[in-house]
Design a protein around this ligand. Structure first.
Ligand code: DLZ
Length: 158
């Protein structure tokens, strides 16, 4: 059971089943690219390690996290993905962009989940500082891209 102390970055491989034809979409925000590329690597490596074929992973880039729900919807409507993982990083700045963007993307992804039948995973870091984001993109707090990948596979198994 994941908690504040044990997160999904450490997972039980045996407990996760992957269909050989599983197809996953990953949408990556280009804003804070240093972080989101690490999230992507975490997600991609985890999916392939657990049995998803490289050629069955569709990557799409978007300019910022705000655009993640649109692109997730695009993949749901135009491809045969079994899950979509949205990866982004919103860092608190001097303006109120932070609240608007993180609220909108969380809400947009939640709406996709309740309105259709394919899981869309929220892999968006919302941090006060770049350092906090680094710690969650392969640093001492694990990699939230890995966690998003494990979550996608678990949701596909429901
Ligand atoms: C504009 C903006 C700002 C200020 N900060 C971030 C951020 O920290 N993380 C992120 O993913 N995107 C940011 N953006 C860009 C918006 O997500 C969006 O791409 C633009 O507002 C255009 O719609």
């Amino acid at each position: 059971m994941p908690s504040k102390k044990t997160n999904l970055s450490s997972y039980n491989k045996e407990a996760i089943r992957v269909h050989p034809k599983a197809m996953i979409g990953i949408v990556v925000s280009e804003w804070n690219k240093e972080i989101t590329e690490k999230l992507y690597k975490g997600a991609f490596d985890t999916l392939t390690e657990l049995g998803v074929k490289k050629e069955n992973i569709i990557r799409k880039n978007v300019p910022g996290s705000f655009e993640l729900p649109y692109c997730a919807k695009f993949l749901l409507e135009n491809t045969f993905v079994d899950a979509v993982i949205c990866l982004g990083c919103v860092i608190q700045g001097e303006t109120r962009h932070f609240e608007f963007i993180s609220g909108a993307v969380a809400n947009g992804i939640m709406q996709l989940n309740v309105n259709q039948n394919i899981p869309v995973i929220f892999g968006v870091l919302t941090t006060d500082t770049t350092e906090q984001a680094r710690e969650r993109a392969g640093g001492r707090h694990g990699n939230k891209g890995t966690e998003a990948a494990v979550t996608a596979l678990k949701m596909m198994n429901l």
